[in-house]
Write a protein that binds this ligand. Structure first.
Ligand SMILES: C[S@@+](CC[C@H](N)C(=O)[O-])C[C@H]1O[C@@H](n2cnc3c(N)ncnc32)[C@H](O)[C@@H]1O
Length: 273
């Protein structure tokens, strides 16, 4: 009988495959959420059995096309404009400004940018300070669909949430029937890429950065994958470069290769000398 039921055995092998592919970890108590997303994706691809779908993904997926489609269906894109803006302001005012004063330019990477609200927020802050043309602002996400949406510069109605900075929004954001539109000069200042943080070669190809934002993504990973990603990110920052994670995250329990500095309530991670 055709079944899209996720038995414990199927859960174990699918969860492992997904974690290998993108780092996302599903624990057993998230089985029903995983089952509903997985079954919907398998059915959409025309499978009547999850085991058949697994065999396709594991052994008959040239170029990883099906695996990428599954990951795209699983990832959580929750984000909005001006989210956790405090650390971004501190980054501009206490660090990027110094780097630009010394070297004339700085490079920043928003490493899991979802639909682009995070790099867009940073671009607005930089534009307000007259620094936008001094920054190479790179943004990437594992989801090609999210990146395509980010490039459009049009965000959903929920992109602006209560308490947003009205002065900044009035300058660069326009709300209309089609959604929330951001000034073309802001959108054009961000270079978007489709990058999996577990893909070492793709990460390396982006070059080195003065600051890397890796916010609200490692919360979905287990420690081993976090250590792997953080060690790759550490290799991509300049000697004085900083890594920022989300306000509810910390990298301190992962050994001593990074030091943590608090500046105005924001936490900056640096390579230990
Ligand atoms: C919750 S959003 C965070 C967006 C933004 N950084 C913020 O803080 O608002 C997490 C994003 O991480 C992306 N993601 C998950 N696994 C990834 C991976 N292995 N490589 C790159 N991006 C990944 C997801 O596609 C999703 O868009």
């Amino acid at each position: 009988m055709p079944s899209l039921e996720l038995t414990p055995q199927l859960f174990a092998i699918f969860a492992q495959l997904v974690e290998e592919q993108c780092g996302l970890h599903y624990s057993l108590n998230e089985r029903s959420l995983f089952e509903s997303k997985l079954s919907a994706q398998a059915a959409e691809q025309g499978f009547e059995s999850l085991l058949d779908y697994y065999y396709r993904l594991r052994y008959d997926d040239p170029g990883g096309v099906e695996k990428r489609a599954l990951v795209q269906a699983l990832v959580v894109h929750e984000t909005y404009l001006f989210r956790e803006i405090g650390p971004l302001e501190t980054l501009c005012d206490t660090y990027l400004i110094e780097v630009i004063a010394e070297r004339g330019r700085a490079r920043v990477w928003s490493a899991a940018c979802s639909t682009g609200e995070e790099p867009t927020t940073l671009a607005m802050l930089l534009a307000r300070r007259g620094l936008l043309d001094k920054i190479d602002l790179v943004a990437s996400d594992i989801s090609a669909a999210a990146v395509a949406k980010a490039r459009s510069g049009v965000f959903g109605r929920r992109a602006l949430r209560d308490g947003y900075p009205t002065e900044l929004a009035a300058r660069y954001v326009e709300q209309g029937p089609a959604g929330t539109r951001v000034s073309p000069s802001i959108v054009a200042a961000i270079r978007y890429f489709n990058v999996n943080l577990l893909d070492e070669a793709a990460v390396r190809e982006l070059g080195t950065f003065d600051a890397i934002l890796c916010r609200n993504v490692l919360i979905y990973f287990r420690d081993a994958q976090i250590v792997r990603v953080v060690s790759m990110l550490r290799d991509q920052i300049t000697p004085r470069g900083v890594i920022l994670v989300g306000v509810s995250e910390s990298l301190m329990r992962f050994g001593t290769s990074l030091s943590c500095e608090e500046r105005g309530g924001a936490f900056f991670y640096r390579s230990m000398p």
